[in-house]
Design a binder for this molecule. Structure first.
Ligand code: DSN
Length: 486
């Protein structure tokens, strides 16, 4: 066998490594993986040429994207700033500390009274970590019922008792509801049932509710049963940051939020928790919060391993942007556009749950129109409008509900104003008319609801009227830039 001097072996290894780097590690994806690149390009095109009405979606900034695709993602840093289980974290510590500081500053929180954990990977995990921090398995929790506008992570079980959300397996959950006659949260019911159920946590948070929550009322109800008030402001955290809606902080013990919805940051989550004095008893005894240790321990090491440092760094950037006057103006536009959009829908005969909106979203009740949310979502997708079907109080099926949920954060980011949303209302109106007509052509041989929906999709694909509308929307919305294109 040929014996090479050690120096030469190192030289060959370096050359081989260089070749490997050239071939794979140092090129952009368009050169290394055409298959995945084609999918990325197709999604870029879909986003550019679609009207995004899903109220929980947004277009984040180029600077946030810079950090998401950065070297910060290469680092392990289990633990917290200055207390890590890995070396080499001096800059990661700075990034996480900056993120925490900006989060507290943005919501004008005194660091003596509030702390924040910025490591949760997303909203549902953040809620689970919160519950686990202060409850034992089997303890009780109350949240808004999912079909009434709540969220899966607030617990959900079917009337039959089947537990859909594992939160309802780990803990005992009981929902509160909206009053179907007003579309507003039934605080009276919550007040009465919470006294009987005696939960350890009441969650003030929604996923499909267009009105302002009465946090003061939640606090009173929570005090009456000696529970913690956890506010999940995921949908409205951008609006809260800009001061264009009520803030949950004054009345809550804990506030959770995702970071990618109206806040317009990277996909992630935060848990804010109170510190120091909780209350003074009638006997004058001071009771202190112990949430900082419990929440931080629940996130790591309780549930998570290494934090996603690229996300935390990107979040710090987003929080910095959210503190700017331009962000306040953006949020004012989000709310003004939602109001104008709801007025335009009402003008066209749409029934809105609660009659309108105070925030960024609108829940349309289609039950008077002879069309369901699943078919409307389908035809809207066919004409390049992304919205989502949603249950309305009283619906039996989540797959074929009678509601459609729309919102303004994403398209306001792209520059839509009130007149643009009037145009969108008209497209939705036309889509409903077309959907009713196509539904009447569904095959009589399709006997199940699912089979009929498949048939409806096929009819959408074949319809020239659908194709015409799709082309019109594609061209029109394509003129509006996406962040990063300017
Ligand atoms: N799935 C989100 C929404 O669309 O509201 C909530 O996490």
């Amino acid at each position: 066998m040929l014996k090479l001097p050690a120096r030469n072996i190192r030289c060959y290894a370096t050359k081989a490594n260089n070749a490997y780097q050239q071939a794979l590690l140092s090129k952009h994806v368009d050169q290394t993986d055409p298959e995945m690149y084609a999918i990325l390009q197709a999604e870029r095109k879909r986003q550019k040429h679609s009207i995004t009405l899903i109220p929980s979606e947004n277009f984040t900034s180029k600077s946030v994207m810079d950090l998401l695709g950065s070297e910060m993602q290469n680092k392990y840093s289990e633990g917290y700033p200055n207390e890590r289980y890995y070396g080499g974290n001096q800059f990661i510590d700075k990034a996480e500390s900056l993120c925490q500081k900006r989060a507290l500053d943005l919501y004008q929180l005194d660091p003596e009274k509030w702390g924040v954990n910025v490591q949760p990977l997303s909203g549902a995990p953040a809620n689970l970590y919160t519950y686990s921090a202060i409850m034992n398995i089997g303890d009780r929790l109350m949240g808004l019922d999912l079909p009434h506008g709540g969220h899966l992570s607030h617990g959900y079980q079917l009337p039959s008792g089947t537990k859909i959300s594992f939160v309802s397996k780990y803990f005992q959950t009981m929902p509160y509801h909206i009053d179907p006659s007003t579309g507003l949260i039934d605080y009276e019911e919550l007040s009465m049932t919470s006294k009987l159920f005696r939960p350890k946590i009441i969650i003030a948070g929604t996923s499909a509710y267009s009105r302002i929550l009465d946090y003061k009322r939640f606090r009173e109800i929570t005090n009456a049963c000696n529970a913690y008030l956890v506010s999940d402001m995921a949908h409205i955290s951008g609006l809260v940051a800009a001061g264009v809606t009520d803030s949950p902080f004054e009345h809550s013990d804990i506030v959770t939020t995702t970071t990618h919805k109206s806040l317009r940051g990277p996909r992630g989550a935060m848990i804010f928790y109170r510190k120091n004095l909780r209350k003074v008893t009638k006997q004058g005894k001071e009771i202190h919060y112990d949430l900082d240790k419990k929440i931080n321990f629940s996130v790591f090491p309780g549930h998570q391993g290494g934090p996603h440092n690229h996300t935390i760094s990107a979040l710090a950037v987003a929080l910095g942007q959210a503190a700017k006057p331009e962000f306040k103006q953006y949020q004012q536009n989000v709310v003004a556009n939602a109001k104008a959009f709801s007025d335009e829908l009402i003008k066209r005969g749409f029934n809105l749950v609660s009659g309108g909106t105070d925030n960024h979203l609108i829940l349309i009740n289609l039950s008077n129109l002879g069309i369901d949310g699943a078919r409307l979502e389908t035809i809207l997708e066919s004409i390049n409008i992304a919205a989502n079907k949603n249950t309305i109080a009283g619906d039996k099926s989540a797959l074929f509900p009678s509601g459609l949920r729309v919102g303004t954060p994403a398209m306001t980011t792209r520059g839509f104003d009130k007149s643009d949303f009037a145009k969108v209302a008209e497209y939705i109106y036309k889509a409903v008319k077309l959907a009713i007509s196509l539904k009447s052509q569904e095959s009589a041989t399709a006997t199940t609801a699912r089979a009929r929906l498949i048939d409806f999709k096929k009819l959408c694909k074949e319809s020239t009227a659908v194709k015409q509308l799709a082309d019109e929307v594609y061209t029109w919305v394509g003129q509006y830039p996406i962040p990063g294109e300017l």
